[in-house]
Design a protein around this ligand. Structure first.
Ligand SMILES: Cc1cc2nc3c(=O)[nH]c(=O)nc-3n(C[C@H](O)[C@H](O)[C@H](O)COP(=O)(O)OP(=O)(O)OC[C@H]3O[C@@H](n4cnc5c(N)ncnc54)[C@H](O)[C@@H]3O)c2cc1C
Length: 274
């Protein structure tokens, strides 16, 4: 994947691409790879480096959306578990099993979480399970999580989800996209939207951040996959549009391994993990 060669491809002014994707995070790269595999000509432009934004700052979990089970959205959980299993099968160098333990302080929670997490595992049928969910008595729970509060502990439930390297996955997807004829280029800022004679979106203007050179890239369809920057792109097309996204902030706290002293990850039932 050579940047100069990819830039050469977009320099051809006569070319009309099937698709231009704006944004080289998980969403944009996934779309570009999918399009390339289906035989469409696709160019992707990323302002900074691939996955520089949210896509390299996740909690690094490939999960089946266990918390959506609480809300009864079984179809969504099945879909997410299927994708989790596919990702583990397709990219075993990036996805590994992570065992979680939910410590319970009431017998009712023991019952609820054993049933719920057994269902979570059953929903990954078809060889996509990462490991069985199991009730464990309180002594084993405190062996798995030696630093948790022992007072009032009634037991726990072990279940499994995936852990992954988000930025390496993004780079691998960009590589696969390029290998399949796609044209993902980093350090390229989309600076404007092109329109056809009927006023419809017909491509983008991009500036190479390394050379300052501007390119006009025409396309049959243009996808805005810029995550929390989505409104900035929409405003390039419709300056009067109202903003859809409001900024918010999440915080990751990183602890020394000695804080937990275990390979099991604790999961609290009162707060959500992304
Ligand atoms: C705190 C937190 C924890 C999370 N944990 C997990 C997790 O454990 N597991 C999980 O699966 N998901 C997790 N997520 C969700 C996941 O990280 C996001 O859904 C995903 O990264 C979004 O990717 P994206 O491509 O839509 O956006 P982004 O990664 O933000 O990509 C958008 C890209 O568009 C580019 N861009 C913007 N403007 C332009 C322009 N003018 N020209 C060209 N490019 C432009 C940006 O540089 C950026 O790289 C988490 C999210 C958060 C916030």
């Amino acid at each position: 994947m050579k940047r100069e060669e990819l830039i050469e491809k977009i320099s051809d002014k006569s070319k009309i691409w099937d698709m231009v994707v704006i944004g080289g995070g998980a969403t944009g790269l996934g779309i570009a790879l999918d399009a390339a595999l289906r035989g469409y000509s696709v160019a992707l432009f990323e302002l900074d480096d691939f996955a520089k934004s949210t896509s390299s700052r996740s909690t690094k979990l490939v999960h089946g959306g266990v918390r959506y089970l609480q809300k009864g959205d079984v179809a969504l959980v099945r879909e997410a578990l299927t994708e989790r299993g596919r990702l583990r099968n397709n990219a075993p160098h990036l996805v590994k099993d992570q065992s979680f333990v939910i410590p319970n302080y009431t017998h009712l929670d023991n019952f609820i979480y054993t049933c719920g997490l057994t269902l979570y595992d059953i929903l990954s049928w078809g060889g996509l399970s990462l490991g069985r969910s199991l009730f464990i008595p309180k002594r084993k729970t405190s062996r798995c999580l030696p630093t948790i509060t022992k007072k009032g502990l009634k037991g726990g439930v072990i279940y499994h989800d995936g852990q992954f390297d988000d930025s390496r996955l993004a780079i691998n997807i960009a590589q696969s996209c390029a290998e399949n004829g796609g044209c993902p280029i980093n350090h390229m800022k989309v600076s404007g939207i092109l329109h056809d004679e009927k006023g419809r979106v017909a491509g983008v203007k991009v500036i190479d951040n390394e050379t300052g050179k501007e390119y006009s890239v025409r396309s049959k369809s243009t996808i805005n996959a810029t995550g929390c920057f989505v409104d900035d792109i929409i405003k390039m097309d419709v300056p009067s549009s109202t903003r859809m996204v409001k900024p918010s902030q999440g915080v990751h706290l990183v602890f020394d391994k000695s804080f937990l002293n275990s390979d099991y990850a604790p999961r609290s039932v009162c707060c959500s993990v992304a």
